[in-house]
Design a protein around this ligand. Structure first.
Ligand code: CP3
Length: 355
């Protein structure tokens, strides 16, 4: 097994000593990079890119070269799981994802299979993971990921992105048993899928609960958190003799950090609606924290970005357990130089907090 040359990210996830704060960012392989757009064009579209292990590896490594990121994240999409469960998925040019035949009733949910052999059902993703590990050659760790059951359900029931989530909320309120059956099937499928990624070489995994924050506290616990807990409890937590950290990210979920930490995850992903010192005071002796710069800060000029990085580092202060990141993904129209400056600022300004 190739030795890991930079393991700052894995150490920070486990709240161990580091020489500086590691940094990566959500959507770091994406449209703001001309290199990404060129590879996507060669692939002939986003989904074809996801299905080519060699090209997935190429785009996964682009931000490692360009930004000097401390972790790589598998290039794929959360929606390949419902697609593998039999739902047709399309990405039109310049459009978000669409499921032309969304889930509308109990019978639709009953028909859905539970995935249990990811090497068969999502073999191209497993191949991408092992190809990326080969190409990384131990430079930085590789993060695998999946969507939370609730977040996947929103796309499957709405048929795509949504403004007010009318269909998925109506199903949750009117037919809670149907919703629970859907979430159960998704949780068990996602657990098998993440275990497949870990077996193929993922050294950490993140669960993206992008839409957990649209729920109230009771419903978040019943319809989102419960099923993330169900996944966490099924995961293989070791790879190459090292612990595989689990990161839980519920956008809009900063009121529920204590409950999230209770799932047994290792790291909480923060959006930018909470100050990191407050999050640290609430849960920082139990889990590491990942975040939490507002992604739109990357539209500001480089001096302003650096000042913000310094402010977040100062708020976290001394001590272990911080992985620097944005509070959500980088947007497509950010100048790449700004992202480069962001990563440089974290590397330079964080050293003083680890002496
Ligand atoms: O972070 C990374 O670099 C890894 C790659 C990654 C993608 N999607 C690539 C992608 C990850 C981790 C995701 C997760 C994902 N996908 C989430 C959860 C995280 C989040 O951002 O909230 C969600 C909700 C999806 C579903 C999805 N995929 C949407 C809503 C869209 C369109 C949104 C948009 O920004 O246009 C996608 C498309 C997508 N996934 C792109 C990328 C790079 C852009 C597609 C393109 O290249 O045209």
């Amino acid at each position: 097994m190739t030795e890991l040359k930079n393991d700052l990210f894995l150490r920070a996830c486990l709240r161990q000593d580091v020489e500086r704060t590691p940094v990566w960012m959500m959507r770091q392989a994406g449209r703001y990079l001309a290199e990404y757009r060129a590879t996507r064009a060669r692939a002939g579209g986003f989904l074809n890119l996801c299905r080519s292990p060699e090209l997935c590896s190429e785009v996964t490594l682009q931000p490692i070269d360009i930004l000097d990121a401390d972790a790589a994240i598998l290039f794929s999409d959360i929606l390949v799981v419902p697609e593998a469960m039999g739902m047709e998925l399309t990405f039109g040019v310049g459009e978000g994802p669409k499921f032309p035949d969304p889930i509308t009733c109990r019978a639709d949910v009953e028909k859905l299979p539970v995935l249990n052999d990811p090497t068969k059902e999502l073999g191209y993703v497993m191949d991408a993971v092992s190809t990326i590990r080969r190409d990384l050659n131990g430079r930085v760790p590789l993060i695998g990921f999946a969507g939370s059951p609730w977040t996947l359900a929103t796309y499957m029931v709405e048929g795509g992105g949504s403004k007010n989530f009318s269909k998925v909320k109506a199903m949750m309120f009117n037919e809670p048993e149907t919703m629970h059956l859907l979430l159960e099937k998704l949780a068990d499928s996602v657990a098998a899928y993440l275990n497949g990624q870990i077996a193929s070489g993922a050294q950490a995994v993140q669960i993206f609960d992008t839409w957990g924050g649209i729920l109230n506290t009771r419903d978040y616990k019943e319809f989102s958190l419960q099923y993330m807990q169900r996944i966490v409890s099924q995961l293989t937590r070791e790879n190459d003799g090292r612990k595989v950290p689990v990161i839980l990210y519920s956008k809009g979920g900063m009121g529920w950090l204590e409950a999230m930490a209770d799932t047994g995850c290792d790291v909480l992903g923060l959006d930018w609606s909470i100050d990191i010192d407050e999050a640290k005071a609430r849960v920082g002796d139990r889990v590491a924290l990942q975040g939490n710069m507002d992604p739109t800060m990357l539209y500001a000029k480089p001096e302003r970005i650096r000042a913000e990085v310094k402010d977040i580092l100062a708020k976290f202060g001394h001590g272990n357990g911080h992985v620097f990141n944005l509070g959500h993904g980088i947007t497509p129209d950010v100048p790449p130089e700004h992202a480069i400056e962001f990563f440089k600022a974290v590397r330079e300004e964080s050293v003083q907090y680890h002496r």
